[in-house]
Ligand binder design. Structure first.
Ligand code: HEC
Length: 132
């Protein structure tokens, strides 16, 4: 086999491996900042994580402050802001668009699982407030 031919085969194998890697569903979830499939969210853990990472802007029990909106609000109901928009808000931050508080910065220290706990806590608070 010529040297050129082996190089081409090596490149093709490389592409195939890369393609397989990107098709692994767990890997895709990780890249999208989503927890693994078997993850079980715990709102109690979420309450503590929310208080440490979000409450300075979103307020005690997610009821809002002068620096950020309440997340216990009809705008953030599951049908209008699905869980993935919470994951993306934490990973990428949010450009000001619904309110006049300015942009939300990314919160880089949180894992997808920790964010999942926080979302479970916010959803629980929303249900308590009658937001479905
Ligand atoms: C420094 C202040 C600040 C912190 C800290 C903060 N946020 Fe925000 N967040 C904002 C502001 C301001 C907005 C509103 C942007 C707008 O729509 O105008 C916002 C919007 C959001 C939204 C709506 C996203 C969308 O798609 O419209 C979500 C969800 C959210 N925050 C979740 C969180 C969570 C969860 C945490 C903690 C891990 C957090 N935020 C921490 C300021 C903050």
């Amino acid at each position: 086999m010529s040297k050129n031919c082996s190089v081409i085969i090596l490149i093709l194998v490389g592409f195939l491996l890369a393609a397989c890697d990107s098709l692994d569903p767990q890997e895709i979830r990780k890249r999208q900042h989503l927890p693994g499939k078997d993850f079980v969210a715990d709102p109690q853990k979420g309450k503590v994580l929310f208080s440490d990472n979000c409450s300075r802007c979103h307020g005690t029990d997610a009821r809002g402050t002068n620096h950020g909106p309440p997340l216990v609000h009809n705008i953030y109901r599951p049908g209008h802001h699905a869980d993935i928009s919470f994951h993306w808000a934490v990973k990428n931050g949010v450009k000001k668009h619904h309110w006049d508080f300015g942009d939300m910065p990314p919160i880089p220290n949180l894992t997808p699982e920790e964010t999942g706990h926080i979302i479970a806590y916010i959803r629980k608070e929303q249900r308590t407030a009658g937001i479905q």
